[in-house]
Design a binder for this molecule. Structure first.
Ligand SMILES: [Zn+2]
Length: 334
């Protein structure tokens, strides 16, 4: 070990000038390459570490505050909620109506919504036809039409009394023509333990307009519908019954005719004594329109035509300011 390295050799200082001489003209960097590399590496690692720490801190801050970082180049929409508070209401997609595809029977007869939801407010019947999928969207106007029709022909739309075995879907207007109502009650009372679910009874011209438009535009699951003014649902003699198969013989005994495979839920009362007055609902609408539009009067003849349709499309789905009136001249209140 004594000769190890020879560091204590008195000859050691001698070679130093020999080594130093050629290095005297070289830059410091070249002379201390290893040191410089080490320092550079440490500095680089430090910068990277600082950058990572900064990013993590920034992300934490963003998550806490819920806003994008001020220097971030990410698009601001990523942190913006879909419906910003204060933004104008945008028509919702039809599927969120909660009642889409409720009308899927063969002729577009309404069925009970699986989850009834309050209908949105629409400005016109035309808008409701385009944007809604429930006849409840014209509920207010329909109630006025029924009330006015009952002024015109009280026996055309008679309220259906309750029965223990009768279930009426929420969107249904439970009115029938007088004789049809009496015969239906006989059928119900002859099978007191057999449940009947009515998914459609009276339908106003406003409702029929919607169903017809949905059929024409292939919306809301309506493949086929009768034009307004022509449906037996508008005169109070038609019924859509969920348990059509079990009730068919009972109803046929009471002069209700099953429409057939093309519309398996639909029955029409065809017995005697029924007032088959077509157009009572249309006439009721005409009277309501004229009462609210004295400057634009139309014929009150109960006929559905282009003039009626044009006014119906403009009408408020929630109802006119002036509602039904049985008086000849005095305007009614809503
Ligand atoms: Zn029907």
């Amino acid at each position: 070990m004594a000769d190890d390295g020879g560091s204590d050799d008195p000859r050691l200082p001698e070679p130093e000038p020999h080594r130093r001489a050629p290095e005297a003209g070289r830059p410091w960097l070249q002379q201390n390459r290893n040191l410089a590399l080490g320092l550079g590496c440490v500095a680089l690692c430090g910068v990277i570490a600082l950058a990572v720490a900064s990013m993590v801190s920034s992300d934490r801050q963003r998550a806490k505050v819920g806003s994008p970082p001020p220097t971030s180049s990410a698009p601001p929409v990523a942190a913006t909620p879909p419906a910003a508070p204060g933004a104008p209401e945008v028509p919702l997609p039809l599927v969120t109506e909660g009642d889409a595809l409720d009308y899927e029977s063969d002729d577009g007869e309404p069925r009970q919504p699986a989850k009834p939801t309050p209908p949105r407010a629409y400005t016109t019947v035309a808008q409701a036809a385009v944007e809604s999928c429930t006849t409840a969207s014209v509920d207010g106007l329909s109630r006025q039409i029924i009330a006015q029709a009952r002024c015109i022909k009280p026996n055309q739309f008679v309220p259906l009394p309750s029965r223990p075995n009768l279930v009426i879907a929420s969107q249904v207007f439970p009115y029938l023509e007088l004789e049809a109502k009496n015969r239906l009650l006989k059928a119900l009372d002859s099978k007191p333990k057999q449940k009947m679910t009515i998914n459609s009874a009276l339908r106003t011209v406003a409702q029929q307009y919607l169903v017809w438009r949905w059929s024409a535009t292939k919306r809301c699951g309506v493949p086929l519908a009768t034009p307004p003014g022509e449906s037996n649902h508008e005169i109070g003699t038609a019924l859509d019954i969920a348990e059509a198969g079990t009730w068919r013989p009972v109803l046929e005994a009471q002069q209700f005719k099953w429409l057939g495979p093309s519309d398996r839920v639909h029955f029409d009362y065809r017995g005697g004594g029924a007032a088959q007055n077509a157009g009572t609902d249309v006439m009721a609408f005409q009277k309501l329109w004229n009462r609210n539009h004295p400057e634009d009067k139309i014929n009150e003849d109960g006929r559905y035509n282009a003039a009626v349709e044009q006014r119906l499309k403009q009408s408020p789905p929630a109802g006119f300011p002036l509602g039904a009136s049985c008086a000849k001249s005095s305007p009614g209140k809503r």
